[in-house]
Ligand binder design. Structure first.
Ligand SMILES: [Zn+2]
Length: 277
């Protein structure tokens, strides 16, 4: 498969999941910025993000350049495999540069499209239909928490086996083994479809995993309050418009299930579609 050079505005990094090959991997999604000014969704997978050199650990809302190859195992149009040896990140002084807020808004407002109900209906009609989207939220109910529980024996065995394999240079991966978060957290919301009966997706956002890890010694109630503030109060209030970055699963059996991978919440009065760059 030929590779192609892509400029990608990174919009979401999903929660890390155990992997047989890499220990653990994440799914990264973003927006391809084409030379003619058009934009399109892209999914970059697999990404052994925690195991990348720190110089390669790009941040959300950076624009990266990387060679991508169409995924042979995944027929969804947005799915590509990355070649990290070709990664280039933009620096400004000593720091890696993130895309300015107005420019982000200009790109993302163009991608606000099908409602969550429409995306689901699309996949019901064609398993390879649009698999990433930015779905507007009409009503957001309280978060739902569920105990995460331990990894399965199979997951633990594959993580341990993958990480004890020496790499090409004979070195063993010393990244700490991925620990489980305390909670699985679900949204409960209605999209803009007037007939929407509601959606209850799991939040699979790396920031949720990171937050739970950072506050892992807090009590259950304290941790729930911290998560609620960041994933509910700050995303659903009179000051902002609220959209979920949604994506479905590669597994054909689960293909109709979309998770929330992140939140886009511009100021309520903003309208970036009219902005020229
Ligand atoms: Zn809906």
């Amino acid at each position: 498969m030929p590779s192609e050079r892509a400029r990608v505005l990174i919009t979401v990094k999903a929660s890390p999941e155990p992997s047989k090959t890499y220990g653990d991997t994440v799914c990264v999604a973003g927006v391809r910025l084409h030379d003619d000014g058009s934009v399109s969704w892209v999914r970059i997978y697999p990404v052994a993000f925690r195991h990348l050199d720190s110089e390669l650990q790009f941040k959300k809302f950076e624009v990266i350049e990387v060679d991508l190859t169409r995924s042979t195992k995944d027929a969804r149009a947005e799915s590509y495999r990355p070649n990290w040896e070709t990664l280039s990140r933009q620096k400004q002084g000593d720091k890696f540069k993130t895309y300015p807020m107005d420019a982000r808004g200009h790109v993302l407002d163009q991608l606000i499209g099908p409602t969550m109900c429409d995306l689901r209906a699309g996949v019901e009609a064609d398993l390879n239909a649009q698999s990433l989207g930015l779905a507007e939220v009409r009503e957001l109910k309280s978060l739902r928490f569920e105990d995460h529980g331990p990894w399965t024996d199979e997951q633990v065995a594959s993580m341990t086996a993958a990480m004890s394999q020496p790499d090409l240079f004979g070195e063993i991966d010393t990244t700490p083994v991925l620990i489980t978060p305390r909670y699985k957290v679900h949204y409960d919301y209605r999209c803009m479809n007037p007939d929407c009966k509601g959606h209850k997706p799991r939040i699979l956002d790396m920031e949720l995993s990171a937050l739970q890890h950072h506050y892992r010694f807090r009590s259950d109630d304290e941790l729930k309050a911290i998560i609620t503030k960041k994933f509910h109060t700050e995303v659903w209030n009179e000051k902002v418009r609220t959209y979920f970055f949604v994506g479905n699963f590669g597994d054909i059996v689960k293909r109709k299930n979309f998770s929330v991978l992140g939140v886009y919440r511009p100021q309520r009065e903003s309208d970036y579609r009219a902005t020229l760059f």
